[in-house]
Design a protein around this ligand. Structure first.
Ligand code: HEC
Length: 281
């Protein structure tokens, strides 16, 4: 009997810790709010206009520090992407300078980009990137939207599995880009010289990136508001596409597979009924 009581007690203790954990965790982890994205849910798709605007922001603002090594210019014109025509993608590529070589003399040389080239990086190596950014390394954008997610804690991660919540990355990027509020630095927090306060930064609260966005920084010609919030949404969507260029295809296939499985299950049911029709049970 006493072993029973011990077991119940230890179970109760474990349960109590499990329930209490989110309360403790909530204090440390930044709270990341969920945003509306066209690419969420089973019918998700990228908004072409948004990807083009996001690319513009990347090109005019972020690319001076962040590389995009895994993305090639031809991807800009591929299906499920920002929807540039091949001509436009060629034009964009030719505006970049890439280093090629070696030539017959063994020297590297510069030439305009072509569709097959990947985006050239702003710094020749990580050391150079750190040296220009006060020791902090601006991470490559190719997979960043898939590589960052705030810890959601119990019980949220259980619900997330059912609601198919997969937008933690862009939600975090949005929160980070809109998370610079100097006047909110809490008491007892000191931000070192050359760092900035950001209440959403996962490794924070001091980040080595100055606020990259400000109102009307990038010119939109389609009437979309030129606000920090809009820019943050657009560039986060672009980064999501860079990290998952085949998202639309994946979701379409997933949907077809579900339909197939439902039809198939129905067929199996009627086959079973027919086969066993004359057997008493
Ligand atoms: C002047 C250089 C510079 C520019 C421009 C810049 N960044 Fe950064 N960024 C950095 C540095 C440096 C870090 C690393 C910060 C650290 O680790 O403290 C960083 C980190 C990040 C991170 C990762 C944060 C994390 O959780 O590790 C994201 C996301 C990011 N930048 C997005 C952007 C976007 C989007 C833009 C363009 C709108 C941009 N950055 C423009 C320098 C820059």
């Amino acid at each position: 009997m006493s072993t029973m009581i011990k077991m119940v007690r230890s179970f109760a203790a474990v349960a109590a810790v499990a329930i209490a954990t989110p309360v403790f965790a909530a204090g440390d982890a930044p709270h990341i709010e969920r945003q509306q994205w066209s690419f969420s849910g089973p019918f998700g798709f990228y908004d072409r206009g948004q990807l083009q605007r996001g690319f513009k922001i990347y090109r005019e603002v972020c690319s001076s520090c962040h590389s995009l090594k895994q993305v090639a210019f031809r991807n800009l014109a591929s299906d499920g992407g920002p929807g540039f025509t091949e001509e436009q993608a060629k034009q964009i590529a030719s505006e970049y300078t890439v280093i090629d070589g070696p030539n017959d003399d063994g020297d590297m040389y510069e030439r305009p980009g072509i569709l097959a080239d990947k985006f050239p990086s702003p710094f020749p190596n990580e050391e150079a990137a750190r040296a220009s950014n006060g020791g902090a390394y601006p991470p490559d954008f190719s997979l960043l939207a898939k590589a960052r997610a705030a810890h959601r804690g119990f019980p949220w991660f259980v619900f997330d599995a059912f609601t198919q919540y997969q937008e933690q990355g862009p939600d975090y990027i949005y929160a980070l880009l809109t998370g610079y509020e100097e006047e909110e630095v809490p008491d007892g927090v000191t931000i070192p010289e050359g760092k900035y306060f950001n209440h959403s930064f996962l490794a924070g609260p001091a980040i080595g990136m100055a606020p990259p966005l400000s109102e009307e920084l990038v010119e939109y010609t389609d009437g979309t508001p030129m606000t920090v919030e809009q820019y943050a949404h657009d560039v986060a969507a672009f980064m999501m596409w860079a990290a998952e260029p085949h998202l639309e295809e994946r979701k379409k296939i997933g949907f077809r597979v579900m339909i197939f499985l439902i039809v198939f299950a129905g067929m199996l049911y009627f086959t079973k009924k027919k086969l066993w029709r004359n057997v008493e049970h």
